[in-house]
Design a protein around this ligand. Structure first.
Ligand code: F0G
Length: 457
């Protein structure tokens, strides 16, 4: 592989500040030991998320100046629609304010009370919208995805036999669609192969069931296909993305990820009746179907971002930076999810802190300690994110208890990655001193965003 050096140079910089020891202590206490509740001014290197944190290019900023802010029929909408049709291959597009807006429209359009929605691992907002629409999510990802040490090259794959048994158990009429994510965020940014996508398509065709793609990280997924799947190495990222989409009936898109913008999203489908219903719902929940919660200038930046995201040298540098950080941690003996994912490095908090039981939120505690150690902000992806069972009210106890170091696109340098690696390595050396947490405030929905904790004594 060629060097992953960035195919750009830097034109504008944003200063960052390193908070003092005292500031960090006060800030994390004030935030209830939840990194979502820190102010970004209190953070040195912000690896909370890769969502909406992208640096846009000069071409994207230039495109924003020519955004058409017409309420109806904006020229910028038609430019976005054309980009979606050309690069992903779907026929109809409804813009939304971000990914969960598209999930809401899709769930309300396709799911009825009592339906079952199989998916390759849940995602927080996606599953909640399925449930609010009356559906129940069921996991059909391969078993390897739940094992942080498995080196399977496509841990995002659907277990085809499991999917077929779900279809036979509930009947095709109760399955509005199969939800396929590429890559799988909560498995650690793990990809699904083209071969597996094709197999999902063949099986669902047999039963007349739709497939809906969560396309937020479809470009990172295509990079892994290009690198790992037999016969794919000579192909362009753009060709692999388009083929991936061709095995599905539509997608929800959080444009805040791979498409390189700070806000926005869309629902794209091939079925005109589904489009009609979703476009109609859009006027209630988002905005008119030709802007759906986005400004004209945002649609311009997105159309340009989609095109830039598909350049082979862009995605090689993007994922290359993550592989660089991950490899440093592996070399130092830190337990992380392997293979290294597409949008971040995931620390295995169960292996990092074996002395803290899952009911004491080890990943939450580890994220808080990493902030105290270094001013680096990360995110819990474990029992707090998994929430409660919708019937029993019990806490879901996921096998994966992770801390996500998520790398924004085109934002940080290699030296920043070195700082992060040093911080994690220092923390690992003093891991025995880290204690668990108790939850003192629990919100009703998506509790990880706003929950508050206190250290156990
Ligand atoms: N699907 C996936 C796989 C996601 O990772 C996200 C967001 C969404 C859907 C929802 O999109 O935020 O635009 O409404 N993930 C962010 C994250 C929040 O940090 O992983 P959204």
């Amino acid at each position: 592989m060629k060097t992953w050096a960035e195919p750009f140079k830097i034109k504008v910089v944003e200063h960052v500040r390193i908070p003092s020891e005292q500031e960090k202590q006060a800030a994390i206490r004030e935030a209830g030991y939840n990194t979502f509740l820190l102010r970004s001014d209190e953070v040195y290197i912000d690896l909370l998320t890769d969502s909406g944190t992208t640096a846009m290019s000069d071409r994207q900023w230039a495109a924003m100046m020519i955004g058409d802010e017409a309420y109806a029929g904006s020229r910028s909408f038609y430019r976005l629609e054309e980009a979606v049709q050309r690069y992903y291959g779907y026929k109809y597009v409804v813009p939304t304010h971000q990914g969960r807006g598209a999930e809401n429209l899709l769930s309300k359009t396709l799911i009825k009370q009592g339906d079952i929605v199989p998916g390759n691992m849940y995602f927080t907002t996606t599953r909640l919208h399925q449930e609010l629409a009356g559906g129940t999510f069921t996991d059909i990802i391969i078993a390897e995805a739940h094992d942080p040490a498995s080196l399977h090259p496509f841990k995002g794959n659907v277990d085809i036999a499991k999917l077929e048994s779900v279809i036979q158990k509930y009947g095709a009429e109760r399955i509005p669609y199969v939800s396929v994510a590429a890559t799988v965020n909560l498995a650690g940014g793990q990809p699904i192969s083209l071969e597996n996508l094709r197999a999902v398509r063949e099986l669902t065709n047999k039963y007349g069931i739709k497939v809906i793609l969560d396309a937020a990280r479809i470009v990172e997924n295509a990079f892994f296909i290009q690198q790992r799947e037999p016969g794919q190495n000579g192909r362009t990222i753009a060709a692999i993305v388009k083929e991936s989409c061709s095995y599905t009936d539509g997608c929800t898109m959080s444009a805040k990820k791979d498409p390189l913008v700070n806000i926005g999203g869309f629902l794209a489908v091939n079925d005109h009746a589904v489009y009609d219903e979703a476009a109609n719902l859009a006027v209630i929940y988002e905005g008119l179907h030709t802007y759906g919660g986005m400004a004209g200038r945002d649609m311009e930046a997105l159309a340009t971002g989609i095109e830039e995201s598909l350049h082979d040298d862009h995605i090689r540098a993007r994922v290359g930076q993550i592989l660089y950080l991950g490899q440093k941690l592996i070399d130092a003996g830190i337990p992380i999810v392997q293979p290294i994912g597409g949008h971040g490095v995931f620390l295995d908090a169960k292996a990092f802190l074996p002395h803290i039981p899952q009911e004491q939120y080890p990943a939450q505690a580890l994220a808080a300690e990493l902030y105290l150690e270094s001013g680096v902000r990360s995110m819990e992806r474990g029992i707090v994110s998994a929430g409660r069972n919708k019937e029993t009210g019990e806490e879901n106890k996921p096998k994966l208890e992770l801390v996500r170091l998520t790398i924004p696109r085109r934002v940080y340098t290699q030296a920043h990655m070195d700082v992060v690696a040093e911080a994690v390595i220092n923390l690992y050396a003093r891991r025995d001193s880290i204690r668990g947490l108790k939850m003192v405030y629990e919100p009703k929905y998506l509790r990880f965003f706003q929950a508050r904790f206190e250290p156990l004594t």
